[in-house]
Design a protein around this ligand. Structure first.
Ligand code: NI
Length: 256
């Protein structure tokens, strides 16, 4: 199986001690490509550094909604500069998080809209983090991101929401939670995602799949998510691996 992990945070301090081993286990597991995602300027620059140093690693740069209150106009200019780098394939992760509310909601919405505008201007897909905020995510996308395309990261929404996101040019990325024994709704949603819009991801170091829950997540565990989706859809795991990998190339405009 050859896989593309479309969302991981190998730039996180969780990997400071053993990144080489983590990458080697990913390769052994068949994870050929990884998209390392930024949350602020420092982690975005670190993602680019990893992409420069490693074959098969790509970078996404952006400001997470948690950081919204800290982001200045200069920071947004710097973000635009980073987006020019040839291994930066997306703007993310961006969005709204009304669960933690680390930044005021109005400021989150403003920053989300500003980054959508930049993504459109720079012709990059966006990676969207949506937590307890789907109604406003959809509203801001319709107002400021009508011409944007991208990915709903670690998706867990309803079938109805899925249709709305598909209509707004979004891919749907499924993560470790699909393997949880209490994931009841998600399998039905996955069956309704058009094959061409399905992606998989780990969100390492978070959202560790079953049976490794409780441990730090890492890209090698992406296999678990691929296997679970192949069970749900009743197809060969190889097929899910190839499909989601091909979709990732298309989504992030990577030439193979
Ligand atoms: Ni993430």
């Amino acid at each position: 199986m050859r896989l593309f992990d479309t969302h991981c945070h190998l730039n996180d301090e969780a990997y400071r001690e053993d990144l080489v081993e983590v990458l080697s286990r990913a390769r052994t597991a068949g994870v050929e490509e990884l998209l390392v995602v930024g949350c602020d300027l420092a982690s975005s620059e670190e993602a680019i550094k990893l992409a420069e140093e490693n074959h098969g690693i790509y970078a996404a740069v952006g400001f997470h909604p948690h950081e919204a209150a800290m982001v200045s106009a200069d920071d947004l200019s710097r973000l635009e500069e980073l987006l020019i780098h040839k291994k930066v394939v997306a703007l993310g992760e961006i969005g709204l998080d009304y669960y933690y509310d680390h930044s005021p909601r109005e400021i989150q919405r403003k920053l989300f809209a500003q980054q959508l505008v930049i993504a459109e201007r720079m012709n990059k897909p966006v990676i969207i983090h949506a937590r307890e905020a789907h109604a406003d995510i959809l509203q801001v996308l319709k107002d400021a991101g009508k011409n944007c395309r991208g990915v709903m990261h670690c998706y867990s929404g309803s079938a109805e929401l899925t249709r709305e996101y598909l209509n707004l040019n979004m891919y749907i990325a499924i993560g470790g939670p699909v393997t949880f024994t209490n994931a009841k709704k998600l399998p039905e949603v996955i069956k309704k995602i058009p094959a061409k819009r399905l992606l998989i991801e780990t969100d390492s170091p978070y959202l560790t799949p079953h049976p490794f829950r409780g441990q730090r997540n890492e890209p090698a565990y992406l296999v678990r998510t691929a296997l679970r989706i192949s069970e749900i859809l009743g197809v060969n795991p190889e097929e899910i691996a190839d499909l989601t990998r091909t979709n990732a190339y298309a989504c992030f405009q990577i030439d193979k």
